[in-house]
Design a protein around this ligand. Structure first.
Ligand SMILES: [Zn+2]
Length: 272
């Protein structure tokens, strides 16, 4: 008998169930169980949707309850990592996170938010993180997307930073390549997108990246610009963390003099 949606349940271990990854992140099941033990799930106006509300998060979606719990715990662990890695004034923030399983509903919603072509997005007007589970997504890709958007949400809340666009995307790329350790999520410092385009990325100067407009960065050359933005952020975090703090605090910085050092760093990092 062919399986129908109702036959499936959420299992740990990376299988695709209900067209969504059963393991939505690298979090061990035990961490999800411990983290979500006090969570209550609430019904919403739309009968397919549920939400989890904690002191710091409202996570809602038309995904199965177990998936919603995983996503809420993942968001909490991502916040802990960002607090540890880039800090910021200790204030309480609320994160609103929407997860769509239904692709058509996601697209309609994204269009209404002005993010027509996105697979996921952070809406700075509503302060809302919105993601879609595609049939094609695997756990690693999904976690990366989720962490990317969450980094935008964190920087917006903690530092009021959405610009410059290369920095926002570079940080989101850097803090979305993660591994789970006994101290929580940790950036791997690796980026397949940059590694594949090594030579090309090394040859894009800092001055070109930091002067890209939003349209350029999201345009035809987006894989190159995202990789280059990731590369500059990786370089700054490693060699000049004070400058990262300055940009977060909206101080004026001059990165042009670092071009030579950056190129050397990147050539070694990408092995070209
Ligand atoms: Zn982004």
């Amino acid at each position: 008998m062919p399986k129908t949606e109702q036959d499936f349940i959420i299992l740990p271990g990376g299988f695709h169930i209900w067209g969504i990854p059963s393991r939505l992140s690298g979090l061990p099941q035990q961490i999800v169980d411990e983290g979500s033990s006090g969570y209550a799930l609430y019904p919403m106006d739309n009968p397919e949707w549920r939400k989890i509300a904690t002191d710091t998060m409202v996570v809602m979606g038309d995904v199965p309850d177990e998936a919603l719990k995983t996503l809420a715990v993942t968001a909490e662990k991502l916040e802990e990592m960002l607090q540890r890695e880039i800090g910021g004034p200790p204030r309480r923030h609320i994160y609103t996170i929407k997860i769509f399983r239904d692709g058509a509903q996601f697209c309609a919603y994204a269009r209404r938010c002005g993010a027509g072509n996105a697979f996921s997005f952070y809406d700075p007007v509503k302060g809302e993180l919105v993601v879609h589970f595609s049939m094609a997504a695997n756990a690693e890709d999904f976690e990366q997307t989720y962490a990317h958007e969450f980094t935008h949400a964190y920087m917006h809340r903690v530092y009021g930073v959405l610009d410059p666009v290369w920095f926002a995307e570079g940080m989101a790329e850097y803090f979305s390549r993660l591994e789970w350790t006994n101290k929580g999520f940790k950036p791997t410092g690796k980026n397949w997108n940059a590694a594949m385009r090594g030579e090309e990325i090394v040859n894009i100067p800092i001055s070109e990246v930091i002067r890209t407009t939003r349209d350029d960065l999201y345009g035809m050359k987006w894989p190159q610009y995202y990789a280059a933005s990731w590369a500059i952020v990786s370089f700054l975090l490693k060699k000049h963390p004070q400058l990262v703090e300055d940009i977060l605090l909206k101080n004026i910085v001059d990165l042009d003099p670092l071009q030579k050092e950056y190129r050397q760093f990147l050539k070694r990092r990408l092995g070209v």
